[in-house]
Design a protein around this ligand. Structure first.
Ligand code: SF4
Length: 410
């Protein structure tokens, strides 16, 4: 429905919703086809909505956020410190709608996975990984992914669409409620990593808005360094991110030279390693307290040889020197998690340890990520959900598997 003349149009993640309340007269405009999902607005957006659309004081937005994010309440009638008139206005015009939980599965190691329905034909996955004193939620930013990294299960499914802010923060909300997480009191969810399905920097505005809710005191109240965005290396967007957000950065490197990286991460053709590392240097210089992690998935015989480790160490030392900080670069070695139809295998444990030792000997802070959630297909790189592919990649992948005599894929 087109906006009425004089209406304020509220920009949501993927559509514009015409104003429902005229702030000057306080009268209601004709009903819009969809209600505004308040999960789509960050603090600033919600304040504006309250002041300019509902004609209410801005602090009312903070009250509402506490109900939504601290108490996990979605029913306006239960918000006892919100006046009846405002509750009625909210009920008439808005909703607080989390994603639909299609499947909810726990692993023997404490990892928990949610399959969340995003619409009638698409679903995505979010995974919670508890570890000594911390609990990390891995969140998706898109339905599928268009970047085609060769070792990634999500890539085989193709791409459908970006997730809205509501669909991104809804993953955190769902996990937080399930865990009985209490913001500022009894935290079970201490970290969020944007490392699930999708390339977050290709869904920039919605991701930035959702990450602001993760860090807002009236939202989930996480420290900047505890929210991490992982990118395959979209150089201009890394610079843009540094202008608007203070989150930690993780970069999917996976190879120490351009030939190999282009083979594994095709985006490297557009933004080669030197340009990518320059962008990371700029990010690190602008955010001196924020860490940058370089992710390196270990694949047997592909990128796990001593010469790869030595080349990677040289890149990391150069990065440290440019940032003028020892240990500015951290390397995260991720044992590859196989999925049906992949041509890659996980590196031998001994090769991973030898690789780590070469880096540590060169004074590069290097960790090996423990594989978690294997039994529920929730390990790193295994997230799938259900994607109505718009790129035909899934059918290409299925055809390739059939040619190899593998039928039960994707
Ligand atoms: S690794 Fe990340 S960026 Fe690459 S295809 Fe998979 S989801 Fe997309």
């Amino acid at each position: 429905m087109p906006a009425l003349s004089g209406d304020i149009v509220i920009e949501t993640s993927d559509k514009s919703i015409p104003l429902l309340v005229n702030p000057a007269s306080g009268t209601l405009a004709p009903a819009a086809p969809a209600r505004l999902n308040l999960f789509d607005l960050d603090r600033e957006g919600l304040e504006r909505f309250f002041a300019e659309t509902l004609g209410e004081k801005r602090f009312r937005a903070h009250q509402l956020m506490k109900w939504m994010y601290h108490q996990h309440v979605t029913d306006f009638s239960l918000m006892t410190d919100v006046g009846k008139a405002l509750r009625t206005k909210l009920e008439d015009n808005c909703e607080i709608r989390p994603p639909n939980v299609v499947l909810d599965k726990g692993s023997t190691d404490g990892t928990h996975k949610w399959l969340l329905g995003m619409d009638t034909s698409n679903s995505i996955e979010a995974v919670f990984i508890p570890d000594k004193g911390r609990g990390t939620l891995c969140v998706s930013s898109q339905v599928g992914c268009g970047l085609n990294c060769q070792f990634c299960s999500t890539a085989t499914q193709g791409f459908n669409r970006n997730l809205s802010t509501a669909e991104i923060i809804g993953q955190v909300w769902t996990a937080s409620r399930h865990l009985g997480n209490q913001t500022h009191k009894h935290r079970k969810l201490t970290n969020v990593v944007m490392m699930g399905m999708g390339e977050p920097l290709l869904n920039f505005d919605n991701v930035v808005r959702a990450m602001s809710l993760m860090r807002d005191d009236n939202g989930f109240g996480l420290a900047n360094k505890r929210v991490t965005l992982s990118t395959a290396g979209l150089v201009p967007m890394i610079d843009k991110l540094s202008e608007v957000s203070d989150v930690s950065l993780a970069v999917s490197l996976h190879a120490p030279d351009d030939d190999l990286r282009t083979e594994l991460v095709p985006l490297n053709k557009k933004y080669p390693i030197a340009e990518l590392l320059d962008a990371c240097v700029r990010y690190a210089l602008r955010k001196p307290r924020i860490s940058i992690t370089f992710e390196y998935t270990m694949m047997k015989g592909v990128n796990d040889k001593p010469e790869h480790a030595r080349a990677l160490a040289r890149l990391m030392r150069k990065f440290d020197a440019q940032v003028q900080r020892e240990d500015a670069a951290k390397v995260n070695l991720i044992p590859f998690n196989p999925f049906t139809g992949t041509r890659f295998e996980r590196s031998e444990e001994s090769d991973i340890r030898a690789f780590q030792k070469i880096l540590l000997d060169q004074k590069v802070l290097t960790m090996v990520r423990r594989t978690r959630g294997d039994d529920i297909d929730a390990a790193c790189g295994q997230l799938k959900g259900q994607v109505m592919d718009r790129t035909r990649r899934q059918s290409d992948f299925k055809r390739k598997l059939e040619q190899q005599g593998i039928n039960d894929a994707a």
